[in-house]
Design a protein around this ligand. Structure first.
Ligand code: BMA
Length: 340
């Protein structure tokens, strides 16, 4: 029985391996058979990475960033019985507008997938006269209806909270600029209706730690726990040979998520395995989803590796929250409400 409560359904058939007992850094351990998705996973798709999965009808379903052989990314649907072995649709998700007419983005990448009440929402980065957030909803994974783009360009890394907070939908995002932005903070915005977004608040900025000294961005959907919202995000370092993407962890206030209660000064996972260090873009661990089991406190983290593969890592609510708290450093930027 875990000390920290995960407020989510029980998922007994989640993929799982125990802590190997020989970890020297954070209590996050890689699945021994990583990567779970290799190259050329489906016709015309060279690589799948930075993708999101969710339990569905006793099995698993996911939205996957498929980088086509022509270099353009789109979102593909995948299904799995065990969360590890995936079958992908050969065609891109056929998004429609609210009238049911085809409404495909020009490109789409880094999808997240979040269930709120009975609806599944997908959010991704797409062109809206510049990189911005696109969104769609589905209830059956057959019809995918695009809804209003929540923010103006330029913005990336949007992810919804899995429930309303104080009666409002909440979304994290990372405003940016036109290119491979060498800066960026996480903000939270709220909406009464999933159309109009406002009351924007700053959540957190880069830190002094090397692994998140350039920029940060929201990762997997925040996980509701008895300690607050557990957030796995990405932190970026700049080196003379390019960016390095690591996974970080923070705990946000449950009723006012612009307040960071704890923030781990150490990375939780940084590129060390061959499939993280070697690939189309080397040195990338990019978390986009988790699967959690409230019965045991187990958490499986899905992350893109080197813009080439999908990796899986495990932890538990107790172990990771203890570690985040024990290594927490928060600044006034983190703990304030975030309005100026
Ligand atoms: C970011 C995003 C991610 C990607 C990362 C590393 O800007 O585009 O999709 O994984 O760069 O290339």
């Amino acid at each position: 029985m875990s000390k920290v409560q995960l407020i989510c359904p029980e998922v007994s058939n989640m993929p799982w391996q125990e802590n190997p007992g020989n970890l020297v850094n954070a209590p996050i351990w890689r699945y021994t058979e990583n990567p779970i998705i290799g190259r050329n996973p489906v016709k015309n798709v060279a690589r799948i990475f930075n993708s999101a999965v969710i339990p569905y009808e006793g099995e698993f379903i996911g939205v996957f960033r498929g980088e086509q052989t022509n270099g353009i990314s789109f979102i593909y649907l995948g299904r799995s019985k065990d969360g590890i072995h995936w079958d992908f649709d050969e065609n891109k998700i056929p998004f429609v507008d609210e009238e049911g007419n085809p409404f495909m983005p020009i490109y789409a990448y880094d999808p997240r997938l979040v269930k709120i009440e009975d609806t599944y929402y997908i959010m991704w980065c797409q062109d809206f006269y510049g990189a911005a957030i696109g969104m769609a909803k589905t209830t059956d994974f057959k019809t995918f209806t695009r809804i209003e783009n929540p923010f103006l360009p330029y913005n990336r890394n949007a992810v919804l909270f899995p429930r309303k907070v104080n009666g409002k939908f909440m979304m994290l995002s990372r405003p940016s600029d036109t290119g491979h932005t060498p800066f960026g903070d996480i903000f939270v915005s709220e909406s009464p209706d999933m159309v109009y977004w406002g009351k924007h608040r700053h959540v957190m900025s880069k830190s002094r730690e090397w692994w998140e000294s350039l920029k940060i961005g929201g990762g997997a959907a925040p996980i509701e726990t008895s300690e607050g919202w557990l957030l796995f995000y990405h932190g970026v370092a700049g080196t003379c040979n390019g960016y390095v993407y690591s996974i970080g962890g923070a705990i946000l206030d449950i009723d006012n998520p612009s307040i960071v209660k704890y923030r781990c000064e150490n990375f939780l996972l940084t590129p060390e395995a061959w499939y993280e260090e070697r690939g189309f873009v080397p040195n990338v661990c990019f978390p986009c989803a988790t699967i959690c089991d409230s019965a045991t406190g187990r958490i499986a983290i899905y992350y893109g590796a080197a813009d080439s593969y999908v990796g899986l890592a495990f932890t538990t609510a107790d172990q990771v929250i203890d570690y985040i708290k024990a290594h927490s450093v928060v600044t006034s930027d983190d703990t304030e409400i975030g309005i100026r």
